[in-house]
Design a protein around this ligand. Structure first.
Ligand code: NAD
Ligand code: ZN
Length: 363
């Protein structure tokens, strides 16, 4: 027996739009022909201070009913408690299945809002307005939503796509240097795993990127989005090759957890990528020059190359509990060459420990 369905929420196609302001937002939303009576904008406390009124006003100008849900900024809010608070808010505002959530903010807001949208009333539509470099180059595309649970990163979640991703690139102007660098952690990862041309282009444009040259940053974001789109369209639910997007994340997530989120996600991914490159180097896939170039890119983009206060054995322990463990084997991502990542489940504890020593600031 086959059950044939038409459109299922969260599984459709969606446009990614790049603009320099919010002025086209309403026009883009109108194109979706939504039947919503109510919109709820979800934002963290920091983003809310800068952008919430502006976006709310744009929607209200069209006569829409708009409510807002603001949560304390930071990864520590990415949990089921915040999801519950969103549900309570939506129920209090009588949201029904036609109504819309709007994620306004970085990866934390996108992951939370997407998951709330995926689960409230078995799924309502949401629109994503990513405002960090990390969210614009990576997390707003591909439909991964979810929250951290107990000590596990992204342990509870759903694949659920937005109806629209609207990027206002001018929002990057208010991003701190540290948060901008954090996005670069995922950019470097993206070039390394999928496009040696992007990787070389990024090296060649280091100065302009650092200066946040508008044209260059715009091209950077477009190129990263192209790669991510290409990978997730082939394997939307990570049944196979999509896992290459996790380059740097096995050790990265372990560091993120062990440092109790004192380091940003992008910083941890950058450290994890250096470890993955080191293992790839030791195996003879990358040359010594290539390895050092990857490490030096972290320096160039204000990302860390060492981390202290971590017991190397804890890295092994935590990474065994990562979602990326299948049949007891860690699914590690290695680089066969620059621009070509492969999934490898043969990385040993010894290889991981040796690679970690390379970034261990306590040596
Ligand atoms: P974030 O959402 O916490 O934002 C970082 C900080 O920047 C916050 O303090 C926020 O208030 C502030 N901020 C956001 N936009 C701003 C702006 N325009 N101006 C000034 N400040 C601004 O974190 P993030 O780095 O964007 O995202 C990290 C999260 O994304 C992690 O939880 C990670 O697991 C997740 N992630 C998800 C995916 C995915 O595919 N779903 C991919 C990569 C990362
Ligand atoms: Zn990531």
């Amino acid at each position: 027996m086959t059950v044939q369905t038409n459109h299922i929420k969260g599984n459709g196609r969606y446009d990614i739009v790049w603009e320099d302001s919010f002025s086209e937002l309403m026009g883009q939303i109108k194109k979706l022909h939504l039947k919503a009576d109510k919109y709820c904008i979800v934002a963290d406390s920091k983003v809310a201070r800068v952008y919430l009124d502006k976006v709310k006003e744009i929607l209200e100008k069209e006569g829409l009913y708009v409510t807002t849900f603001v949560f304390p900024e930071g990864e520590s809010s990415k949990n089921l408690q915040t999801i519950q608070n969103i549900y309570t808010h939506l129920i209090g505002e009588h949201f029904d299945r036609k109504d819309i959530l709007v994620a306004l903010g970085g990866g934390v807001t996108g992951d939370l809002t997407g998951y709330a949208a995926a689960t409230y009333l078995r799924g309502i539509d949401f629109i994503s307005i990513p405002t960090t470099l990390l969210a614009q180059v990576d997390s707003s595309i591909g439909g991964k939503t979810g929250v951290d649970f107990e000590q596990y990163k992204n342990m509870v979640g759903a694949f659920y796509n937005p109806r629209l991703v609207y990027m206002n690139l001018s929002t990057l102007n208010t991003l701190s240097n540290r948060q901008f660098a954090c996005g670069m952690g995922e950019v470097l990862k993206t070039g390394l795993l999928g496009d040696d041309d992007l990787y070389i282009w990024t090296i060649n444009h280091m100065y302009e990127i650092e200066e946040r040259d508008h044209e260059v940053v715009q091209e950077l974001i477009r190129r990263c989005c192209e790669i991510k789109k290409h990978v997730v369209e082939q394997d939307p639910e990570e049944e196979g090759m999509r896992a290459v997007l996790n380059l740097g994340h096995t050790i990265g997530h372990a560091i993120e957890k062990l440092k109790d989120f004192d380091l940003t996600h992008g910083e941890c991914v950058a450290l994890g990528t250096v470890c993955a490159a080191e293992i790839s180097h030791k195996r003879g896939y990358l040359s010594t020059e290539e390895f050092y170039e990857i490490r030096d890119m972290n320096v160039g983009f204000n990302l860390p190359i060492t981390v202290d206060g971590i017991n190397p054995n804890d890295i092994l322990e935590v990474s065994r509990k990562d979602k990326k463990v299948e049949h007891g084997l860690r699914r590690f991502i290695l680089l066969k060459s620059i621009g070509n990542a492969v999934i490898d489940d043969t990385v040993t504890d010894e290889e991981m420990l040796e690679a970690f020593e390379f970034i261990n600031g306590d040596r």
